[in-house]
Write a protein that binds this ligand. Sequence first.
Ligand SMILES: Cc1cc2nc3c(=O)[nH]c(=O)nc-3n(C[C@H](O)[C@H](O)[C@H](O)COP(=O)(O)O)c2cc1C
Length: 178
Amino acid sequence: MEFKRRIIEMAKFVLPVYNVWDGRAFLLAVGDFKSGDFNVMTIGWGSMGRMWSKPYVAVVIRPTRYTYGFMEKYDNFTVSLLPDSFKDILTYCGTYSGRDVDKIKETGLTPIKSNKVSSPGFDEAELIIECKKIYFDDYKPSNFLKASIHSKYPLKDYHRLYYGEIIEVNGIKAYIGK
Ligand SMILES: Cc1cc2nc3c(=O)[nH]c(=O)nc-3n(C[C@H](O)[C@H](O)[C@H](O)COP(=O)(O)O)c2cc1C
């Protein structure tokens, strides 16, 4: 597979949305690359689509995550897809907290400057989506319509939902449609 990222216009961007969240997970990065004030974590729940005539990525972050403070502080974030061979690194970034470890040092990942936002992408990524926050909300347990959803929150740390408008997509050829 050719490994060279290039800017992909939204109209040509293709992604198997459900499978990508379920089978692979994204690496979320939020903060300021330049000053080094950023954090990364693995995310497996979220969505993508079109809202208010804008393409968006929606991510959900529990307030217990170190990342949450960064999501509140900064107006942007990125989500990146790493090649399949990075599964262990995704597990690491989804198990350890930036409060306790330096995930970049421990994983050897290479953060890189984004084109349009302060949060970094990753040189190893085959897809990087740069987003600017446009909406947030908190999941309300009183609105859960399926009883089993409550079991996802033993600590009652209900996710905060953030919509990020997609500002730029950089990806390898596999994400370009006809
Ligand atoms: C595959 C996978 C998917 C995950 N998805 C989410 C998610 O969507 N939202 C969330 O709040 N935590 C999610 N987590 C858990 C966080 O990634 C994990 O708690 C991480 O250590 C938080 O790091 P931080 O404390 O540095 O923010 C996921 C973990 C894994 C392994």
